[in-house]
Design a protein around this ligand. Sequence first.
Ligand SMILES: Cc1cc2nc3c(=O)[nH]c(=O)nc-3n(C[C@H](O)[C@H](O)[C@H](O)COP(=O)(O)OP(=O)(O)OC[C@H]3O[C@@H](n4cnc5c(N)ncnc54)[C@H](O)[C@@H]3O)c2cc1C
Length: 467
Amino acid sequence: MWNEEYDIVIIGSGFAGLAAALEACKTCSSVVVLDKMRTPGGNSAISGGLVAAAGSPLQEKEGIKDSPALMLEDMLRAGLDFNTPALAKIVAERSTETLLWTIEELGVEYKPNLNHLGGHSVPRTYNTTNTSGSGIIKPMLAKCRDKGIPIRLKMLLQRFIADEKGVIQGVEVRKGYLFPNEASGETWRIRARKAVIVATGGFSQDIKFRLTQNPILTQEIESTNQPGATAEGLVAALKAGATPTQLSLIQLGPWASRDEEGFGVGSMFSMLAGFPYGILIDLKTGRRFVNELSDRKLLVDAMLNTGRESLAIVDSVGVKYASTLNKCLKRGVVKQYEAIDELAHANRIPLAALLETIRTYNENVSKGVDEDFGKPIPDDLFPIENPPYYSIRLISKVHHCMGGIQINSRAQVLNIETHLPIRRFYAAGEITGGIHGASRLGSNAITDCLVFGRIAGRNAAKERTRT
Ligand SMILES: Cc1cc2nc3c(=O)[nH]c(=O)nc-3n(C[C@H](O)[C@H](O)[C@H](O)COP(=O)(O)OP(=O)(O)OC[C@H]3O[C@@H](n4cnc5c(N)ncnc54)[C@H](O)[C@@H]3O)c2cc1C
């Protein structure tokens, strides 16, 4: 019946799957990672490489007071208490230890400054030196190579194979699969002597599936995700008895550009400079309408309200944090203007209203209190007054699935009927649900995937080996 066997079979080669593999291989020599695509890394490899950690060395250096308890509080507030607190707490508590693991064990390099992303009470976000998740994925893949962990591509998970008691035995895949051709490849069965870990990510690109959960997310709404971010891994887990949780909680990203496809280079411009150091305005009125450092849900809700067309504006001081600026200018995603009236004219914004908006905002910044929308005003935030000025046209895009399958604190998949763990079955990363509740904070996904990937790998390796 079986074509091959390993102790641990992991599906998905993103942050969660690779973290599981690297942890499992510390005590178990027979680990394999399978992925359906022609290249490894999934969304993880194209992500922005922003990683949240509470109580980190950079925070200590910059004198920022933070704690896992405050990070958890932020997660629950943004998540509108839809979170599973016990799981969210683990992410917050292990955030710094996990960040240090990426530095000390993987050799990941981060920029020397912290970022303050929307919805976080304090700056707690590290960013890889290349402003990309590939800055973490590449060292993870290199470490897998060193440890002899095979990463086998073009292997599409089709179903989990269980015995008559529902204990997971292995997987059926299509070997030689050529995405997206479902008829490609041949059926292949791989046995897991210890356990199977599913880490197939979210389903933001699966228009049919996301419409079953949220009818508003039609195909006209673009996604930031890689094309393979589809739901069949999740569906296979549900067929094996996993419990679905909060599948309709799907996040849109408020910072993406109207003038390029997907996440592009503009999203990081808005996240690192436009929102924290600039203003967000409604094109029709020239007015601000929200605290630019709100969490993503509040921002998207405010932007979609009355079909607003939004633009972020930052000056030459704030723009120095935008590490993707040159690429943005080259691609025409961000435009540069010598004066505000030029910017207003080019974007058809009422000039008098825009000048008044900037004047009021600058007054608030100088006073140290944003009386209009409550945006935090740190010491390194200055009035918008130094040309040239930069603007980016924004549109919301489908970005992250907060819902998924339910796990416990050991990363075991829970059965829909018994609410007990399905034996020899683990999950981690964006395929799991409940950790972030109604809205995931920026930079918390990488932390979540690495924390629970490692937990899944460690516990899977402890399973008794079947003969
Ligand atoms: C553009 C972008 C930028 C982001 N930036 C950040 C950021 O800076 N910080 C942050 O915290 N979060 C960020 N996120 C979110 C974060 O990157 C993701 O939540 C995270 O990478 C998910 O990791 P994962 O391991 O769960 O899944 P993925 O990285 O998506 O990996 C899943 C893998 O499983 C494979 N797979 C799927 N189905 C099957 C199947 N049936 N058979 C076999 N293989 C399968 C896929 O091909 C993929 O390689 C970003 C997301 C995107 C899209």
